[in-house]
Structure formats: structure tokens, C-alpha cells
Design a protein. Structure first.
Length: 424
């Protein structure tokens, strides 16, 4: 009886402890989000653009706060319009709460897309802990500036997950919404065509068209045409500022990195007086270098697909590998990307961490050491701002975040999946 009582007390104690930990964690999260929602982040711009649209103003011609443009879709400003009736602090707080929900959903989706169940209980813990540690800076920055990238990554990964499970309408709807809000998820469209997901690709095009045209019923054809013309001009990748792409210190991507490497005097008012270029070429030649680099990275997708066109891939690990590479390309090949866009590299992180934990003993000694060194370099390049923020001016000057993404591409290329595990 005494033993039973002890056991009962022990179980109750564990349950109480879990509830206490959860309650303290939830309280800490609420306090954190309350503090972060007091910052003047990007969601303030979204709310102001939504108000401007309803006043009949051109949201792409107008600038907000310190001269920032609104770059996203008309539909998104309509979707968030109800939040403009709330106090701004509360509206941003609710948006950040939604971001936490999307992070939770990403956790669920990763467990569905990646065979995490094959890891031992101990390795599962390490897998999730390391995934958070590697991703912390990128997640925090997206929360800090109240951005939209967490939603976009969720729409991409949940959409891919649903399509692989033959829920084509739901999956295509999510990806189309992501494309409408911000064009970045469009990289998934050629991938789906290559993998013979014609139904999904067709539905994405259909839903994207519908989402694009919905605002006509609210603002009218003439205002819609004016807004679309201004928007297309604003985001046109052929614009000169998207070749050099250095007008803000926090810009990262291959266009920004290559500009700092191949042009001596780029118009970067925040640049330190420390040499970082290795050559000095004309703007025309820089454009050629950037285009060639993009094409090489896009063509390298074939290395990950590893099959002829129009062949489906039933191996979940391989699918996650190839999708991770494609998502990792987004902040690199698109111009005008801020640090928060690099959230798209998280699936590649997750793949590398999973691979090392699951297949470490099968790697050669050389490859083990190489991967560990590369992963350490990647972690530092991406997270130094969080670890030692006082030197951030140097990190931004040399664009080390972009180097971190490039090292990640190399690492994920090395860690090729073994033979198929199980069909999904």
C-alpha cells in the first residue's frame, strides 16, 4: 500500500511539475510577445497599407514611416484589414501569436514530412533541441520585426505535405496563397511539374489567378489596374537597385554579396571603411555574373532531383532533401532580401541535423569531420548576431549570413540520402 501510494504521489508530482513548467513557459511567452509587439516592426507597415487601400490611395507608390515601401499583395492588405480597427499594439500582438501558431504547425509538418520516428527517443530530443538552437536567430528576428516569413514557410511546407498526401486542393490553395502574398513560393511550381504533380500545379495557377483578381470586386477595375502597374514596376528584378541591391545595410542574398565582392564603390552608405571587394567590374558585367550564378544554382537542383523529368519520388527522406534545397535557394536567388527571409534555410538545417544524428556511424571519418566543421561554421555565420551582437556592423558589412547559407548548400549537397527508407 505504501509503495502504491509512493507511486501515486510520484506520478502526481510529475504531472504537477509538467503543468507548472507549461504555465511558466506560457507566461514567459506572453510577456515576450507583449514586449516584442511594442516595437515598430513591419506589420505596422502592413496595417498602414491596409488603411491606405481603403482610403483609395496607391499603396505601392506611397511610403511608410521612414520611407519604406509596401511590397506584398493587395489581397493581403484586405485580409488583415479587420485588425486595423484594433489598437496597433494589440493587432501586432495577435499577429505574433499567429506566428507562434504557425511555428507549432511547422513542427507538426516536419514530423509528417521527415521520418523523425526512426530516431531513438534520446536522438529525437537532440534533433529538436539542435533544430531550435540553429534556427533561434532567424525565428527571433522574424518575431522581432513582426514579419510574414514564418507564415510563408508554413504555407510552403504544409502545402507540399498535403500534395504528397494527395490532398491537392488544400495543398495547392496554401501554396497559391503564399505566392499571392509574396512571390517567393513560386519556386515550388516548376518542382511540382518536374515531379509530375500536374493537378497540383494547375490548381496553384488557378488559385493564384483567383487570389490576384479578388480585390477587383472591392476596389474596382481601374484602381486595380493602377495598383498592379505600380506593383510590377516596384518589384521588377531588372531595376538597377536590384542589381547592386545594397541600399539597406541589412540586405542579404547573392545579388548583395556579389555586388560587394565585384564592385569597389557600391552606394552603401553604411559600409565600413574596410575592403571587401575582390574585383571591380561594370554594372553590366555584374548583372551577367549575378544571372550566371543564379542559373548555376537553379540548374544544380537536378543534382538533388536525381531522376528523369516526370518521375515521382516516394522516398520521404529524399523528398525532404530536394525540397530543402529548393527552399534554401529562395533568399539567395531573389533580390532585395532581408535577413528574416533566411528563415527559408531552416528545412535544410533540419535535414542536416537529422542526417548526422541518424547516419553518423555510416559516414566516413573524413566526411564526419568535414560535416561537423561545416555545421559549426554555418551556426556561427548565421547566429553570431545573436551571440555577439556588438559586432553586428562587421557581420552586415561582410554579409556573413549569406556565406552561412552558401555553406549550408554545400553541406546539404554532401549529405546525400541513403537508399529509400519507407514509402509515404
Amino acid at each position: 500500500m505504501l509503495i502504491a501510494d509512493k507511486g501515486f504521489v510520484t506520478k502526481n508530482s510529475i504531472s504537477v511539475t509538467k503543468k507548472l513548467v507549461f504555465s511558466v513557459g506560457l507566461l514567459a511567452l506572453i510577456i515576450f510577445l507583449t514586449i516584442e509587439s511594442s516595437n515598430k516592426g513591419d506589420f505596422h507597415i502592413f496595417l498602414e497599407a491596409s488603411k491606405s487601400l481603403m482610403r483609395g490611395e496607391n499603396i505601392y507608390e506611397k511610403t511608410y514611416f521612414d520611407g519604406y515601401h509596401y511590397f506584398y499583395s493587395i489581397l493581403f492588405t484586405i485580409i488583415i484589414y479587420p485588425l486595423t480597427f484594433l489598437p496597433t499594439h494589440l493587432a501586432v500582438f495577435l499577429w505574433l501569436c499567429l506566428n507562434i501558431f504557425f511555428l507549432y504547425r511547422l513542427y507538426i509538418v516536419v514530423k509528417k514530412l521527415l521520418p523523425v520516428y526512426l530516431l531513438t527517443y534520446k536522438l529525437k530530443k537532440w534533433f529538436w533541441v539542435l533544430s531550435v538552437i540553429f534556427s533561434l536567430r532567424l525565428i527571433w528576428e522574424n518575431i522581432h520585426v513582426a514579419q510574414i516569413t514564418i507564415l510563408l514557410l508554413y504555407l510552403c511546407m504544409e502545402g507540399i505535405n498535403l500534395i504528397h498526401r494527395k490532398k491537392y486542393v488544400q495543398g495547392s490553395l496554401l501554396i497559391a496563397l503564399g505566392i499571392n502574398i509574396k512571390l517567393l513560393p513560386i519556386v515550388l511550381l516548376p518542382y511540382l511539374l518536374y515531379r509530375r504533380k500536374f493537378r497540383a500545379a494547375g490548381l496553384i495557377v488557378l488559385f493564384s489567378t483567383i487570389f490576384l483578381l479578388i480585390p477587383i470586386f472591392l476596389i474596382g477595375q481601374d484602381d486595380f489596374n493602377t495598383l498592379m502597374t505600380t506593383w510590377i514596376h516596384l518589384i521588377n528584378p531588372l531595376n538597377t537597385q536590384y542589381v547592386l541591391d545594397v541600399e539597406e545595410r541589412s540586405f542579404h542574398s547573392l545579388t548583395t554579396l556579389l555586388s560587394t565582392l565585384f564592385v569597389e564603390n557600391v552606394p552603401d552608405i553604411y559600409a565600413l571603411k574596410i575592403k571587401r571587394n575582390i574585383a571591380d567590374v561594370s554594372l553590366e558585367n555584374l548583372g551577367r555574373i549575378i544571372t550566371l550564378t543564379r542559373l548555376i544554382l537553379i540548374a544544380f537542383t537536378l543534382y538533388f532531383l536525381r531522376s528523369k523529368p516526370l518521375q515521382k519520388n516516394k522516398d520521404p527522406l529524399h523528398r525532404f532533401w530536394e525540397t530543402s534545397y529548393i527552399l534554401c535557394l529562395i533568399p539567395l536567388i531573389f533580390p532585395h532580401q532581408q535577413h528574416y527571409a533566411f528563415l527559408f534555410i531552416i528545412p535544410a538545417y533540419i535535414y542536416c541535423i537529422y542526417y548526422v544524428l541518424q547516419f553518423y556511424n555510416f559516414l566516413s571519418v573524413f566526411k564526419r569531420n568535414l560535416v561537423i566543421v561545416f555545421m559549426s561554421i554555418i551556426y556561427l555565420l548565421v547566429n553570431l548576431k545573436l551571440i555577439l551582437g556588438s559586432l553586428n556592423d562587421y557581420y552586415e558589412h561582410f554579409k556573413i549570413l549569406t556565406y552561412g547559407a552558401v555553406f549550408l548548400l554545400i553541406t546539404i549537397s554532401i549529405l546525400t540520402p541513403p537508399k529509400p527508407l519507407k514509402n509515404s
